[in-house]
Design a protein around this ligand. Structure first.
Ligand code: ATP
Length: 605
C-alpha cells in the first residue's frame, strides 16, 4: 500500500528505468570495456539500492548485506551448474544438490528466495536491534556467512575459486536487475511501511507515542533489501563465471557502502548518484594506480590509490554534505514538487475529525516511578474523564512530564496501575497505548524532522484504531492540519517551520490519531500571548466539538486557570492538591510549594 497515488509514483520510477534502458542500449552497441563496466555498474547499483532500502528507511547502517550477495551467488551457481561439471569439480556434493540442474531463471528465483529466508532468520535478531547494536550485528552476520562459505568446502570449494558458472548475465539481464531494484526501492519509500520506518528513523520515541510500531516494518525492509542484494549477487555470479568467498567480504562491502554513503542512503536517487560517482572515480583512479603517461612523463604505479581516493571522497562528503550528494529528497520530490501537492476538498466536503464515542475514564492508580535513588513520581493517582480538561502543574522537576510518560507508556511505571475504563494499559508498549486512543505531544518538540508536515501527520493517522485506509488517514490528516491552522504548510519540511508552528504540527499529529484523550506537555511554550490565546480557543473547541479529554501541563498559570475544569498539583513527585482552578490557586500548600513566598504575597495583594 503506497501513501502516494500510483500515477505519481509511476512518473517517479519511469525516468530512472528509462535511463537504465538507454544506458543499456548504448552499452550493447558500443560493446567491449564500456559494456563490461556498465554491467558491473548496473549490478552494483542494484545492490546499493537494495542496501539503501533497509539502511535508508531504518537509519541503520548495515555491513552484512554482502553476505546475501554471496549466499545467492553460490546458491544459484550450484543449482545451475551442469551435473557433469558438478561431478568433476564438486565430487563430495550432497546427492540432492549433485543431481539438480536448474535453468538460470529458476536458479535465480530459488537463490533469491533462499537468501530472503536466511535474512528472515537473521532478522529475528537483527531487525529487533536499534542503532549501533544493529550495525554491529550485521557485521557479525557478514563474518559468520563468510566463515560458513569457507567451511562448507564440499559445496562451495571453500576459499578456492568456484568456477564454471554459466555466464547468463549480459547487459540486458544486468539492466533488468537494476531496474527492478530501483522500482522496488522507490515504491517502498512511499509505501505505508516505508513512511512509518522513516518516521521512526527520525524519532523513535515520538513514533511509538504516535502508534507506530516498527517491528514488522523493519523486518519487511530487511528481508526485501536482502532479496534485492541477492538478485544482484546472482547476476554478478553469472557475469563473472568464477568467484571466491572474498568477493563477498570486506573489500566489496566497503565499495558498496562508499556508494551508499557518498550518494545518500535515504533515497533511490542517492543510490544512483553514489554508484555513478564512485564508479567514475574508481575507473579514473584505477588507471592512475597502474601508472600513466602524463604529457611524456611516466607517473609511477601507486598501489592503493583507489582505496585512498574513495576514502577521501567519503571524508569530504561527510564533511560538506553529511546526507550524501543527493541529500534527503528523491529527484522527483526535488524537481516536480507540484506532484506532491494535494487538493483537499473545502466547504461542506472538507474532511472532518470524528467526535470520540469513548465513555471510559482514564485512571492512574498510585503510580510510582523511581530513577535509581530518585522518586520522580510518588504514588500519584489521577483521573481524566471524556470531555474534561485537567491541568497538571507543579514546580520544575516535580514529576509532571514523568507522569505523562508513565501514562502514555513512554516509560514503564515502577509501581501502580493505569487503566482506560477497565482495560489495564500499564504493561502495554507505547504504540499500542496510542492506538487505544491516548495521544500526546512532548515538552521538547519531537517531530519527524526531515519529513513534510503532511507526512508527519499521516504517519500517525495511519495507526488509528480500528484500522483505516490510506485515503481515510489522509482525510484525517488534512482535518487535523486544518484544526491547527497549518494546512497551508502541509508540504513544508517540519524542521523548516517556526517554533510555534512546530508545536501546532505536533498537536495536529496527535489529533490525526483521532484520540479519546490528548496529553499536551507545555503546548504554549515558545508562543506569544496572541498565539497562546488562539491555542486555548482551539483546545476548548476541540473538547467541545470532539469530546476529547485533555491533560495539559504548562507553567503558564493564567492559561491553566482559564482553560481547565480541574487542576492537579505535583510537588517533589507527590500529589499535593487537586480541585477547581480557583480553589487550587488559594491552597496554601500549593502557594508555598509551587508559587513561593514572594508570589504568595503578590496573589494576596
Ligand atoms: N530518565 C530519567 N532519569 C533520571 N531522572 C529523571 C529522568 N527523567 C526525569 N528525571 C528526574 O525526575 C524528576 C522529575 O522530572 P520531570 O521532568 O518529570 O519534572 P517536570 O515536573 O516535568 O519538570 P519541568 O517542569 O522542568 O519539565 C526530576 O528530578 C528529573 O531530573
Amino acid at each position: 500500500m503506497t501513501v502516494l497515488p500510483w500515477r505519481f509514483l509511476a512518473i517517479a520510477v519511469f525516468v530512472p528505468v528509462l535511463l537504465v534502458i538507454a544506458a543499456a542500449m548504448v552499452g550493447a552497441n558500443v560493446g567491449g570495456g564500456v559494456e563490461r563496466t556498465l554491467i558491473v555498474f548496473f549490478i552494483n547499483l542494484a545492490a546499493v539500492a537494495g542496501m539503501g532500502l533497509y539502511c535508508g528507511n531504518s537509519g541503520i547502517l548495515s555491513f552484512g548485506h554482502l553476505s546475501f550477495m554471496g549466499i545467492a551467488a553460490y546458491t544459484s551457481a550450484i543449482l545451475s551448474l551442469p551435473v557433469a561439471m558438478k561431478n568433476m569439480t564438486l565430487p563430495n556434493l550432497p546427492p540432492v544438490l549433485a543431481a539438480i540442474h536448474l535453468d538460470f531463471v529458476l536458479a535465480l528465483l530459488v537463490a533469491v528466495a533462499f537468501s530472503m529466508l536466511v535474512a528472515y532468520v537473521a532478522g529475528l535478531v537483527i531487525a529487533r536491534l536499534e542503532g549501533a547494536a544493529a550495525t554491529i550485528a550485521t557485521l557479525a552476520l557478514l563474518i559468520i556467512v563468510h566463515g560458513v562459505i569457507i567451511g562448507a568446502r564440499d559445496i562451495t570449494r571453500g576459499s578456492q575459486s568456484f568456477f564454471g558458472v554459466p555466464r547468463e548475465t549480459d547487459i540486458w539481464v544486468a539492466a533488468a536487475v537494476c531496474a527492478v531494484a530501483l522500482v522496488i526501492v522507490r515504491l517502498f519509500r512511499d509505501s505505508v511501511p516505508g513512511l512509518k520506518l522513516r518516521a521512526a528513523r527520525e524519532d523513535l520515541i515520538a513514533a511509538k507515542a504516535n502508534g507506530i510500531g516498527v517491528k514488522h516494518e523493519r523486518m519487511l525492509a530487511w528481508v526485501l533489501s536482502a532479496g534485492l542484494v541477492a538478485l544482484a549477487g546472482v547476476a554478478l555470479g553469472h557475469f563473472l563465471g568464477a568467484f571466491s568467498p572474498k568477493k563477498f567480504y570486506f573489500h566489496d562491502t566497503f565499495a558498496l557502502l562508499a556508494m551508499l554513503i557518498v550518494g545518500g542512503m535515504t533515497t533511490m536517487t542517492g543510490a544512483v548518484v553514489g554508484a555513478v560517482s564512485i564508479t567514475l572515480v574508481s575507473e579514473i583512479l584505477r588507471r592512475l594506480e597502474g601508472g600513466i603517461d602524463l604529457f611524456g612523463y611516466q607517473l609511477p604505479e601507486v598501489f592503493g590509490t583507489t582505496q585512498i581516493g574513495i576514502g577521501l571522497i567519503i571524508l569530504l562528503v561527510m564533511f560538506r554534505r553529511s546526507d550524501g550528494l543527493a541529500g534527503l529528497d528523491e529527484w522527483d520530490e526535488r524537481l516536480l514538487p507540484w506532484l506532491f501537492r494535494r487538493k483537499v476538498p473545502e466547504g461542506d466536503d472538507a474532511p472532518k475529525l470524528a467526535a470520540t464515542t469513548n465513555d471510559a475514564t482514564l485512571t492512574a492508580e498510585t503510580v510510582t516511578k523511581r530513577f535509581a535513588g530518585l522518586i520522580a513520581v510518588d504514588k500519584v493517582s489521577l483521573s481524566l474523564a471524556p470531555g474534561e480538561i485537567v491541568g497538571l502543574i507543579g514546580p520544575n522537576g516535580s514529576g509532571k512530564t514523568t507522569l505523562l510518560n508513565l501514562i502514555s507508556g513512554v516509560l514503564p511505571a515502577t509501581e501502580g496501575v493505569v487503566k482506560k475504563g477497565e482495560t489495564v494499559i500499564t504493561e502495554m508498549p507505547a504504540h499500542r497505548i496510542a492506538g487505544l486512543g491516548i495521544a500526546r505531544t512532548f515538552q521538547n518538540i519531537r517531530l519527524f524532522r526531515t519529513l513534510s508536515v503532511r507526512q508527519n501527520v499521516l504517519a500517525a493517522a495511519l495507526n488509528a484504531w480500528p484500522k483505516r485506509s490510506v485515503a481515510e488517514a489522509e482525510a484525517a490528516s488534512a482535518a487535523a492540519l486544518d484544526w491547527m491552522g497549518i494546512a497551508d504548510k502541509a508540504e513544508f519540511k517540519a524542521n523548516t517551520l517556526s517554533y510555534g508552528d512546530q508545536r501546532r504540527v505536533e498537536i495536529a499529529r496527535a489529533l490525526a490519531l483521532e484520540p479519546d484523550f490528548l496529553f499536551l506537555d507545555e503546548p504554549a511554550a515558545g508562543m506569544n500571548r496572541e498565539e497562546t490565546d488562539a491555542l486555548m480557543e482551539t483546545l476548548r473547541k476541540l473538547r467541545d466539538t470532539l469530546g476529547l479529554g485533555l491533560l495539559v501541563v504548562d507553567h503558564d498559570l493564567p492559561l491553566i486557570v482559564r482553560l481547565c475544569d480541574r487542576v492537579v498539583v505535583l510537588n517533589e513527585g507527590k500529589l499535593i492538591a487537586e480541585g477547581a482552578p480557583g480553589d487550587v490557586q488559594k491552597n496554601p500548600d500549593v502557594i508555598t510549594a509551587y508559587l513561593g513566598r514572594k508570589r504568595q504575597d503578590d496573589i494576596a495583594a
